[in-house]
Write a protein of this length. Structure first.
Length: 641
């Protein structure tokens, strides 16, 4: 084994440390957790070089300037690895002024525990390089299914001492660094090989929190609470946004992680702000356990400056107006009510029902007649009440309506209203608890019931044809939050409680009545359906997270129904849920379960590379089959006539 140029040395008492910190943001902005991280590093770094992959806004530069010594903006290629390579080239010979270089990036939150203890402990170690955490050796390599994944430091934090970065082996490594067009290239061609590459050349390595001390091979992902308890100052972002069925398989709970982080005094709001802006809402909702089951006991302390609340409700007819106002009266303190109703129908009856309501309201009551039915409660909200929402008079808006959403079952329609109203305003104490959530979490943008699934076939496809238009609308509004996959995390049903500021991207847009003249609210892809489905994304773009809420009764009904349905759906597919899901996704859409559909699924599963060759034939046969069926139906109708 070739010997290194110099023996490993401890970090000198008067040593100098260079920190190279890589940032990437699709907007070119800088979220609040980054200055917090860099400010914590400042006492331990003689120079902080921030490398920005892609673009950097003026506001982002203003955030970085006070907590760094230099900012280098580069093309977003090669991930953080090539950013480190370019940064090292930028530093050039002046690297010799330092005794240690920290190569790190923005994939962690911290300092949650003090840096000092870790630096003091690792400074005393005679090593060539060290990392915060490591990953045990695995065979076969989980990324490739074959070979070996060698033991390695995780690349989000690697500290290299002078004896190593002045060596020829170090220069050769960066000179020969391969291109990395994809994420797995970055893992397999750098992170997974860096440690092994230098250890086999005689350099010594150590992890501050080695995986051998923990119950899993990957404690940064699977045991972050244990790392924090042992003094690790950093929390990886991935346990808070990874694929939910994967985290479910390993019993990793983001809610518990954030609770522990809060106990250490770290500002959790900078974590939720970042995640809300970068993670699809349904993924975030699942990973962080953002469902609150609220009780009817006293949960809200009175505040010195209570929220200014407005209830905006839409009523197509007088049915349910009295009950709606009763629900609204559960809100504590003063609040105003605006009821909208379409012209040319029951406006007089709605006015009379509101005036004769059995409850006394503490604030004003305004009944507005809106000129159009298109868009129903959504157009009435965003167009008919735009002045209410943009005037700056209110902090919280409660959006309700008296209608039902499409289901042929009378029971399902009745349950729909119960599910919406009772999970938003179940009782005075419950309503007080809802407002308490907004008091407790400054970054909370909206709450609404989870996706209704009893009596409705919503799960697995609640975009209902609106996703393409939602993508275009989000882009038009400047929303970069990733859209959810199968179903959006959304107030399906059009009722919610929200912080007005969290809806700014939607309410500041000057929508017009004509925007909704596209087939009506229930039409697939209609604007009202799109707006409903991007409420969480619009809030997330501004750094607000959302929560789903249930009362105890509906939590019981929903959980047991879901448990039974999942049990039945999983009964013919072996394995953990993540394996079942992956198997079904490989099969693809079942469609009608015809022989042709099963042929397509067989080819997709067993001969995936051949699928594109048989796809034209499959489509041709499908068209022929549908055409034959249409002819048969016409012949049958003529014969019957």
């Amino acid at each position: 084994m070739p010997a290194p140029i110099s023996q490993p040395m401890a970090f000198p008492r008067d040593g100098r440390r260079l920190v190279i910190y890589v940032v990437w943001d699709r907007r070119g902005e800088v979220d609040d957790f980054i200055p917090v991280a860099l400010e914590g590093l400042r006492p331990h770094a003689d120079r902080i070089l921030v490398v920005v992959n892609g673009s950097l806004s003026d506001a982002g530069r203003e955030k970085l300037t006070p907590v760094s010594d230099e900012i280098l903006v580069r093309e977003n290629t090669g991930f953080d690895i090539w950013a480190h390579k370019d940064a090292l080239a930028h530093v050039g010979p002046s690297i010799d002024h330092f005794d240690e270089v920290v190569l790190t990036n923005d994939t962690w939150f911290g300092p949650i525990r003090p840096y000092d203890v870790v630096f003091e402990r690792m400074d005393a170690e005679d090593v060539h390089f060290w990392g915060m955490t490591d990953h045990a050796r695995e065979e076969p390599n989980p990324f490739t299914g074959e070979g070996v994944l060698e033991y390695h430091l995780q690349s989000f934090w690697i500290c290299v001492r002078r004896e190593m970065f002045q060596s020829q082996a170090w220069a050769d490594y960066w000179r020969d660094l391969p291109e990395m067009p994809g994420y797995f290239d970055a893992v397999l061609q750098h992170e997974a090989v860096f440690t092994h590459h230098f250890v086999t050349r005689g350099f010594t390595v150590q992890a501050a929190f080695p995986s051998v001390n923990y119950p899993t091979d990957h404690p940064a992902l699977f045991n972050p609470e244990l790392l924090l308890r042992d003094g690790c100052p950093l929390l990886k972002r991935r346990p808070l946004f990874h694929y939910p069925p994967f985290l479910d398989r390993h019993a990793v709970f983001g809610r518990a992680i954030l609770s522990e982080v809060a106990d250490y005094g770290f500002p959790v709001e900078v974590i939720t702000q970042n995640l809300a802006r970068h993670v699809a809402p349904r993924t975030l909702n699942a990973d962080l356990g953002m469902l609150e089951v609220l009780g009817d006991g006293p949960t809200r302390e009175p505040t010195e400056h209570p929220f200014r609340v407005v209830v905006i409700a839409h009523a197509e007819n007088p049915e349910g107006v009295d009950d709606l106002l009763l629900r609204a009266s559960f809100l504590s303190g003063a609040f105003d009510v605006v009821i909208t109703t379409p012209a040319g129908g029951h406006e007089t009856a709605v006015r009379e029902a509101a005036a004769e309501a059995s409850v006394a309201l503490p604030g004003s009551l305004d009944v507005r007649v809106v000129p159009h039915r298109e868009g129903a409660d959504m157009s009435a909200f965003f167009v008919g009440c735009r002045d209410v929402l943009t005037a700056g008079r209110y902090d919280i808006v409660v959006k309700l309506h008296t209608g039902y959403r499409g289901s042929p079952s009378a029971n399902a329609r009745r349950y729909f209203r119960r599910f919406q109203w009772e999970n938003l305003l179940s009782s005075p104490a419950y309503a007080s608890g809802v407002l308490a959530l907004f008091e407790r979490e400054r970054g909370l943008g909206a709450v609404f019931p989870p996706t209704i699934h009893i009596g409705f076939a919503t799960l697995g496809g609640a975009w209902w044809g609106a996703r393409d238009r939602a993508e275009r609308t989000a882009k038009d509004l400047g929303i970069h939050v990733p859209l959810d996959g199968a179903s959006p995390l959304a107030p399906i049903g059009g009722m919610w409680v929200a912080r007005v500021d969290a809806l700014r991207l939607l309410i500041d847009r000057p929508w017009s009545w004509s925007d909704y003249s596209d087939g009506g609210y229930e039409g697939l892809g209609a604007l009202g359906a799109v707006q409903e489905r991007i409420v969480a994304h619009a809030a997330g773009e501004l750094g607000f997270h959302v929560r789903t809420i249930l009362n105890a009764e509906h939590a019981s009904l929903s959980h047991l129904a879901l448990e039974y349905k999942l049990d039945q759906l999983a009964s013919t597919t072996p394995g953990y849920p993540i394996e079942q899901i992956q198997f079904l996704h490989r099969l693809g859409f079942v469609r009608g379960g015809t022989a042709l559909d099963f042929l397509r699924m067989h080819v997709r599963m067993n001969h995936p590379t051949a699928l594109h060759r048989v796809a034209p034939l499959y489509r041709f046969v499908g068209r022929m089959r549908r055409g034959t069926a249409a002819v048969a139906r016409r012949v049958t109708r003529r014969s019957a006539a």
